[in-house]
Design a protein around this ligand. Structure first.
Ligand SMILES: [Zn+2]
Ligand SMILES: [Zn+2]
Length: 242
């Protein structure tokens, strides 16, 4: 389903071995030390390497990690996983998420971003819960469905961050009053787009007494302007001129 080649080994995965190995980890010359947002220059970062949004505390979480950019083969794999219902992809995709985490990360529980029940019935599974399973065995902490989605929200990829946030307000609730109290939470989502969902969920976990919130997503949308991103590898490819 990626290169179009014939599969030569019996497997439920719709990809050949070389294609499975194609998704690449995020690369950029400058990252925020807290949220790992990529930048074209060090301009937006302070002397601790932290971006303005993290300094302001508006993000709501302590750290955020992603495996790769939401483009190319990784984007296709996520589409096959979510929209073509190929749930066996949760294994290899979840393994990529494990690679994005620092080795010394300390958490007490893994909390998947929930789907509204209607969406879960449509899709047959919550992709975030499936992605969290390889993490459960690696980190030796339980997956806890600590957040419920009480209201169905439309996916509005084109709306502004403020619109998305107000659309999400009140859409999530904690599954129990003390469920995250004093806990270090790893919040798992599939794709980080504007960050509105994880910011809303982080705020909810904080209100519930969570000690820390670390966000982990499989992929994130690269919001750097495309021209700037392209310029660097192009000059390198042409002989490494500075
Ligand atoms: Zn292939
Ligand atoms: Zn940041």
């Amino acid at each position: 389903m990626l290169c179009g080649d014939i599969l030569r080994h019996a497997s439920r995965l719709p990809y050949c071995e070389p294609c499975l190995a194609t998704p690449e980890p995020m690369a950029a010359d400058y990252f925020c030390a807290q949220c790992r947002t990529p930048f074209l220059s060090e301009g937006p970062l302070d002397h601790h390497g932290v971006c303005r949004r993290c300094r302001s505390g508006l993000a709501g979480y302590d750290f955020a990690y992603s495996f790769g950019y939401y483009e190319g083969p990784l984007r296709k794999m996520i589409h096959h996983f979510k929209y073509a219902g190929i749930d066996v992809l949760a294994g290899p995709l979840g393994e990529l998420m494990v690679r994005a985490l620092p080795l010394d990360l300390q958490v007490d529980m893994i909390v998947p971003v929930p789907l509204h029940w209607r969406r879960r019935v449509q899709r047959g599974f919550n992709q975030c819960e499936l992605l969290a399973r390889p993490l459960e065995s690696r980190l030796c902490v339980p997956v806890v469905r600590a957040i419920r989605k009480s209201r169905h929200t439309e996916t509005q990829a084109s709306s502004s961050p403020a619109e998305r946030r107000s659309n999400l307000t009140g859409a999530f609730v904690l599954a129990g009053e003390k469920i995250v109290e004093g806990k270090r939470v790893l919040l798992v989502d599939d794709v980080l787009t504007t960050g509105a969902t994880v910011t809303t969920c982080s705020a909810l976990l904080r209100r519930g007494g969570a000690k820390s919130v670390t966000v982990l997503t499989l992929a994130r949308v690269d919001r750097r302007p495309a021209e700037g991103r392209m310029a660097i590898p192009a000059t390198r490819a042409m002989g490494g001129a500075k």
